[in-house]
Design a protein around this ligand. Sequence first.
Ligand SMILES: [Zn+2]
Length: 295
Amino acid sequence: MRDVDCYLCGSSDRERRFEQDGISLYRCNACGFVYASPQLTDEGLEAIYQDTYWQSDRAKDYGYTDYLRDRALYRRTFEKRIKVLTAHRSSGRLLDVGCAAGFFLDVARDVGFETHGIDVAVPMLAHARDTLGLENIREGTLESAGYPDGAFDVVTMWDVIEHLRDPLTVLREVRRVLADDGLFVLETQNVKSLFARMTGRRWHHYKMLEHLYHFDPRTLTTLLDRAGFEVVRWTSRRAGKYVSMAFIHERASRVGRWLQVALTPLKWLGRTGVYANPHDEMIFVARPKPRSKDG
Ligand SMILES: [Zn+2]
């Protein structure tokens, strides 16, 4: 673990909001960016996305209870989310960075995209390749993949950027592998959303070990601009998730044991899915700035 300064502006002037499991959540006094520190090293981060992350016995703090078991819910989630993309484009070469088990790519293939995926989460890639029969699935980081310049018409990143220690480097690589008339769609949690402010330190996205950065519309726009993108639009519509009743029951314990007890009947409904959108996530649609402007 190492202590870090503000990723966005480099300032060490900051205010601590709270601490959890030895990691603090800070807000930069210079630019307002919200980040966790200390952070794991690259090697440490890669290590946490292996088996226990996807079948975690403490998912409210870390990872998923059983990612593959909820595949039907993820499919429905992505069927909704992809509409933000297909409003602009519905064919071409698409790369999903952080594709995990391939749930999004499966939906994108059905829409008509030629699909490619990459992830460091080795245990999930077998599901993408063997169960879903997806081709062009690679193991590793985007920076290490060496895709050719302009190789893709669309790049997507769902629930990924908040996990990256050096997101600007990754976004610049996205810019490089994206065609000049391509589209970049990314989604992450919005730390300035009403729901995040209402729930405070109990917000379910404050998973200190894995969520290193908490963006809001302004800070994410700043980072995209630096990476050579201009924002076409952003929305919290369609950014919700289909979740199981058991999931709601599990996450309720972050608010308080009393709420979890009160919601016990939900646990009995088990895998029944319900669409939940507290509008605390945002989907950004961006496109490359003309090369003459970004140098
Ligand atoms: Zn800052």
